[in-house]
Structure formats: C-alpha cells, structure tokens
Design a binder for this molecule. Sequence first.
Ligand code: ZN
Length: 277
Amino acid sequence: MNLKKMISGRQFWPLIAVLLILFGLVLIVGHPREEAAPASLPRPEDDMKVLVLNYHMVNSMFISLAVEPSDFDWQMKYLVDHGYHTITPDELYDFLDGKGTLPDRPVLITFDDGYVDNYTNAYPILKKYNLKATIFIVTGFVSKRKGYLTWDQLREMEQHGITAQSHTVTHAPLPELSDDRIREELVESKRQAEAELGHPIEYIAYPTGVHDLHIVGIAKEAGYKGGFTVKYGNVDRASNVYAMERVPIFRTGATNVDFVDRLRYTSNITQYGWARH
Ligand SMILES: [Zn+2]
C-alpha cells in the first residue's frame, strides 16, 4: 500500500506542498542568520529623557492650577537636593538638534499664562535656589490685566535667569482661528515681547496645549524654533520639537507626593489627566 493510495488523490499534492513549506521553515528557524554587529554603540544622550515641568499659578487659591507657595518651595528644594539642573529652552533645543550637551538630570521649569504670583511668590523661591525658569506670557495681558505680570517685573526676573517666551497675544485656542488670526497671535506676541524684553522670542506654548500640523507650519514661518504642548511625557531626541511634551504640576490632595511621582514619569501616569489651560 503506498502513501498516494492511503490519501485520496485530491489531498496528496496539497499535503506535500504543506510539508515542503514546513520543512523550509524548520531550516530557516533552525539556522538563524548571524546577528549583524551594531555599527556603533548608542550614545548615552540618545535616549536621555528631559523633564519639562509645567506650572501655572503659585498661590494659595484652592484650585488645581495653583500650587501653594510652601509646596513650590518644597518642590524646588527637592530638585536641588536630588541633583537636578535647570536648563533653558535654547539648551534643550541645541541638545535635540545634536549641537549641545545637557547637564545631569536636566529640568526645564515652565509657567504658563504669566500670572503675577510668578513674580511675587515663585521668583523669590527660584532665586533662593538659583534656578532658571521660563514663563510663557500672554502679551496682550502683560501690564494690562490685573493678576498678570508687568513688563518691568519680567525685565527684573530676566536678570536672574527667568525668561519669557510666547503664549500668544490673547490666549485664544489657535485651531478655532482663521489663518490670519493665528499668524497675528504668533507674530504679534513675538514682536511685542522682543521689543519689550530685547531678546529673541523663539518658543511658543500653545494656549490650552492645542495645536496641529497647520499651526506648526505657521509657527515655523513666524520664526519659532520650537513649541510646547500639554501632551504628558518627557522630551527626548524622538520628540517633535514643535510639539514638546511637558509634565504638569497641580495642587492635589497630596501635591508633593504627586510631584515626586510625576518626576518618575511612566506612561501609565496619563491616567491622572491634565487641566486644559
Ligand atoms: Zn495658558
């Protein structure tokens, strides 16, 4: 009795084909190709994660956007005691561009909106610990609206490493505006802050964090080198320089415990969400 008779004629050839494929797979799996040697070892900075903290208010209001001044002091001391080094947006940009190096445990401290308490409450603490920070100002509010910084306060802080960048002119959510209005928000805030402060304004924090490719295109045209979102995460060399991640710090039931948790960023931390401001 031969094999071909045991299996009906219709099934014989497909069965042989399957056996041949299986035999081929065994050959491939059984003899893996030599692993190609890596061309060069990855440099340690290639996977360096940069922490960009995002604050709003530093005062005693009982809202999530307002961190208590004593908590802010505790957090700044924590950074110093744990070997963090504050950096500027330019230092971060140069690193991402492959042109510069960063200190150990780099942290970019940012504030959005330009509230006056950044001057009255945060600034003395930053100065005490000799920390740099960046304030994203709404230029149409500066020296005009109660509760917001003045140009004089900004100029004074800039002497001590706390520098301003743009958070637009009116804080309108950009995707809801016409192209002309988007351009105006970006170009005019840059022009106004440069005239008042005398240094280039090259970074934008998108109001409420919202942005899209179209807005990024207009920001590039307007002369911005980079943009910050409220997308939760650390910045690394894989980040889009026009959509850089930040780690928001809020008043919570356990503000300082949550602060420390957030420094040890993990992707599942997104469960905490963020405020849209
Ligand atoms: Zn804002």
